[in-house]
Write a protein of this length. Structure first.
Length: 346
């Protein structure tokens, strides 16, 4: 178990194995921690010096443990000078599936209200949806009142008519002077790049959604035996193709980070645990907001399994200090929780 833990820790640290099997192994990092904690306690109770082996393994894995749980009690205090707040939120297409048949939806309305009332200088949404002919889905009109600069990916915003717009959206209180799009057709994923002038500084914000895991765990657990067996096979297939697709997408994203002429804030739905290839590659260039200023486990996924942190904010540590990071777990109208980072421009 010690050797196995060293193997999966090394795969996570190095973040240089693109093969899907490496992705499966990184999913077991929490299990490697749990087993070695069990042996540590067992050896201590039995008064065996073997506890030193488990203790050394856990010390080696401590940086990965910090990706899992944080205990920041004394966050930095941000002054209003050069303060910048950034919201990231996967909004489940604004729950349009219930809003459109009923013409109005309580959950959809609450979700859009959350998107509007959560205060931030820059708001980045994944799985965004806008449809002007439905009152509860006039999302752009509602949000642009407080964040007047905005851009959208996959299609232009449809101001009138019956065709909805869906994809990635970035709203800002500061001028957006440039935008680029990288579109991955699977699951409407991609990267929405925006250059934003914050007072006298230009920063680059990358709003990203990587390939979904495509796992329907609740269905696999609650259905009959035939459906469960089918879903179990489907889960393995979806995970495998997800690892393969994300590795390609991450390489493109990494090139965008490396070649940026401006300081970067990277936010979005990574659809991957903090031990995987995507997270590790970004850690080579950027700091993670949860690791530096978060508290607790920081789980961001609302539905089963509800113990995943797959939404992230990364930032250029040479250009920004992180002063606060928050996961709004009380806002459960989407299948993801919104996350907010407060930064100080150096």
């Amino acid at each position: 178990m010690a050797l196995y833990a060293l193997l999966v820790f090394q795969i996570s640290y190095s973040a240089d194995i693109k093969h899907w099997f490496g992705g499966f192994l990184t999913l077991t990092v929490p299990l490697a921690f749990a087993i070695n904690i069990f042996f540590l306690v067992s050896y201590i109770i039995s008064r065996s010096w073997k506890f030193i082996l488990s203790l050394v393994i856990l010390i080696i894995g401590y940086p990965l443990l910090e990706r899992t749980f944080k205990f920041n009690l004394n966050p930095a205090v941000a002054s209003n000078v050069n303060r910048l707040s950034v919201l990231s939120y996967n909004v489940m297409y604004c729950d349009f599936a219930t809003a459109i048949p009923n013409f109005t939806s309580t959950n959809s309305g609450r979700l859009v209200n959350d998107m509007d009332t959560l205060s931030a200088d820059i708001k980045c949404f994944q799985e965004f949806y806008n449809r002007p002919d439905y009152p509860s889905l006039r999302v752009v009109d509602q949000i642009k009142k407080n964040n007047s600069h905005y851009t959208f990916m996959h299609s232009e915003i449809v101001e009138n008519g019956e065709v909805g717009s869906l994809g990635l959206a970035t709203f800002s209180k500061y001028p957006i002077i440039h935008k680029e799009e990288v579109s991955w057709k699977i699951n409407n994923n991609g990267v929405l790049l925006t250059d934003i002038v914050v007072k006298k500084d230009t920063i680059r914000v990358l709003n990203v959604q990587l390939r979904s895991m495509g796992v329907r765990l609740k269905k696999a657990i609650t259905s009959n035996e035939i459906v469960r067996n089918k879903e179990a096979k489907n889960i393995l297939s979806q995970l495998k193709s997800g690892f393969e697709n994300r590795s390609i997408q991450v390489d493109e994203l990494e090139a965008m980070v490396k070649n940026s002429p401006y300081p970067i804030i990277l936010v979005g739905d990574f659809n991957e645990l903090p031990y995987g290839y995507a997270y590790g590659r970004m850690k080579n260039y950027l700091e993670n907001a949860f690791e530096e200023a978060g508290f607790g486990f920081g789980f961001t996924y609302h539905k089963m399994p509800s113990f995943l942190r797959i939404d992230n904010q990364f930032y250029d540590g040479n250009a920004f200090n992180i002063t606060d990071f928050e996961t709004f777990r009380e806002l459960d109208h989407s299948d993801h929780y919104p996350i907010l980072g407060v930064y100080q421009l150096k």
